[in-house]
Every structure is written in C-alpha cells, then in structure tokens.
Design a protein around this ligand. Structure first.
Ligand SMILES: NC(=O)c1ccc[n+]([C@@H]2O[C@H](COP(=O)([O-])OP(=O)(O)OC[C@H]3O[C@@H](n4cnc5c(N)ncnc54)[C@H](OP(=O)(O)O)[C@@H]3O)[C@@H](O)[C@H]2O)c1
Length: 268
C-alpha cells in the first residue's frame, strides 16, 4: 500500500485523467496537485487543479511528479519543475520516446527519473505499462511508481532502456494491431456473405470475448487456441492458412521490427 502527502500531476488529458481516477480510488495521496491549462479538470475531493506551475501552493512537496504531457510540449513544460528535483522526489514520465537522459539534462544529473510506456487500454484500467528506472532511483521509489501505474493496469520493469523501443512496438502499438484484426475479420466475414453490420459485431464481440477469456483463464495462449481447434475441424482449416509458413508470426515480426526502428528514429 503506497501513500504520500503530495502527488503532482503535470498534464491531465486522456492518460493523466485515467491515472488520476485510479489513484483516487486507491487513495495514494492526501493531495493531488494537477497542473493543466484546460480548466475542466474535475473538482473532486483531494484534487487541486491549477493552470500553471506558478499557481502551485508554496508548500508543494511532491513525493512523485508525474509527467503526462505530449512529448512535443515537454521542452516548454519541464524546466520550472527542476526545483522539485531532490533525492526524495521521483519524476515518473509517461511521454513516448523521451529517454531518461533527456530528463536528467533538463532536471539536473541528480534527479530521480523513471520512464514508463503505458498503452491506451490504461484509460479503462486495462493497460500494460513497462517501466525503466534511471540512476539513483531507490527500491522504495520503484515500488511507488509500480503502485501508481498499477492503478491503470499491469506493470513490468526492464533493466535495459534500449528495449523500450521494442516495448513501444509490442504493447504500445499493440492495441492498434488488435483493432486491425477486428476490421480484417469483419471484412473477411463480409466477403464470405455476412451483412457488414453483423460481421463487424461478430468480429468485435469475438475479440472482446477472447480477450476476457485470456484474462480469466490460467491456460497459456496456445492451449486456449487448441481448445477451439478440433483435429480436422473448421478452425483447424482456418489456422492452417494463418499458420502456413508461420505467416501471421512472420508478418507481426516484420511489423514489430518496423515500429521499433521508427521508435529509435524518433528518439534519436
Ligand atoms: N494516450 C495513450 O494511450 C498513451 C500511451 C502511451 C503513452 N502516452 C503518453 O502520455 C502522454 C499524455 O498523452 P495523452 O494521450 O494523455 O495526451 P493528452 O490527452 O493531449 O493530454 C496531455 C494534457 O497535457 C496538457 N498540457 C499541455 N501543456 C501543458 C502544460 N504546460 N502544463 C500542464 N499540462 C499541459 C494538455 O492540454 P491541451 O490539450 O490544452 O494542450 C492535455 O490536456 C504523452 O506523452 C504520450 O506520449 C499516451
């Protein structure tokens, strides 16, 4: 159970807002100080929204500063927060493509920085976040960051920051690949004669149901697949096409490699 007096959230858009809801449910702080230029931050108990750094209460002493603004505005936003860069405060960034060194350059070499890559299902507390700790981050600060991201889904840690590009390609973009699967399955159903609206509802419902089954079952993915595949049956006929020459795996391997390469380009 984590708890701190002040949690400072910079940027309360889609991700910041989703995390704030989870933190309030888990009561992780006494005060949630939220810096957000939009004035529609919910006025909820414990939440203190301000529109800029200068409007923060003078007694602000955050245990964690969560950076949840878009990467392209980070340079305009970050400098004033340097004043919080003490060893007792950890900066948790969820900005895509911004490495730990970027933050150390701007906050000072002694800043404690954790970088996280969440994904969009975090908006409904079903995300997967992968974290990497920069120099000097203590086990307690790592636990704090795990706790904060757990509020929006599952959490994994990496020891090698370079692998964040691969994470971006697998779980960061992964929801888009699953949505494409829905589109493709619906189109295939339509091509085989189903009305378009029914094909889309079947495809969408199937992905939702299969995801929920994968979540609740203890069985591995290949066992779940084999459970719906009788030898010589209809699913086996379809899988023979999808798995011929490892077709789907090959395609996803190329897709992940392309996304990881693009992530490296954008970071560089
Ligand atoms: N969405 C995702 O699924 C996802 C997944 C992985 C990582 N991320 C990362 O999460 C971060 C936030 O993404 P998002 O989708 O939540 O973006 P978003 O909805 O645009 O939220 C960012 C918020 O920050 C506000 N902001 C702009 N300038 C600010 C300032 N100076 N001080 C405080 N707040 C400021 C924005 O206000 P305005 O709208 O007025 O500019 C906006 O409300 C990004 O770095 C992104 O890379 C997002």
């Amino acid at each position: 159970m984590i708890h701190m007096r002040d949690l400072l959230l910079i940027g309360c858009g889609k991700m910041g807002g989703a995390m704030l809801s989870g933190w309030r449910r888990a009561a992780v702080a006494d005060r949630y100080l939220v810096v957000e230029p939009n004035t529609d931050v919910p006025r909820l108990s414990g939440v203190y929204p301000v529109t800029d750094f200068d409007s923060l209460p003078p007694d602000t002493r955050p245990g964690v500063v969560v950076l949840a603004v878009k990467p392209q505005v980070m340079d305009e936003v970050i400098y004033p927060y340097r004043s919080f860069a003490k060893s007792s405060t950890v900066f948790l960034s969820i900005a895509a493509g911004k490495p730990v060194d970027y933050f150390l350059d701007r906050l000072g070499a002694g800043a404690r920085v954790v970088r996280a890559m969440p994904n969009t299902p975090a908006a409904i507390a079903k995300g997967v976040s992968v974290l990497f700790a920069g120099p000097g981050v203590t086990p307690e600060q790592k636990a704090l960051c795990s706790g904060l991201l757990s509020a929006v889904g599952a959490v994994e840690w990496l020891e090698d920051e370079d692998l964040i590009d691969v994470v971006t390609a697998v779980s960061g973009g992964g929801p888009a690949y699953v949505f494409l699967l829905i589109e493709a399955l619906a189109k295939a159903g339509e091509a085989a004669g189903l009305p378009a609206d029914i094909a889309m509802r079947l495809a969408r419902g199937t992905v939702i149901g299969a995801g929920a089954l994968a979540e609740q079952s203890r069985e591995a993915a290949d066992e779940l697949r084999q459970n719906v595949t009788s030898p010589g049956g209809t699913t086996a006929a379809a899988l023979a096409e999808l798995m011929d020459g490892d077709a789907l795996t090959e395609l996803l391997t190329r897709a992940v490699a392309a996304a990881a390469a693009r992530s490296r380009e954008l970071a560089g």
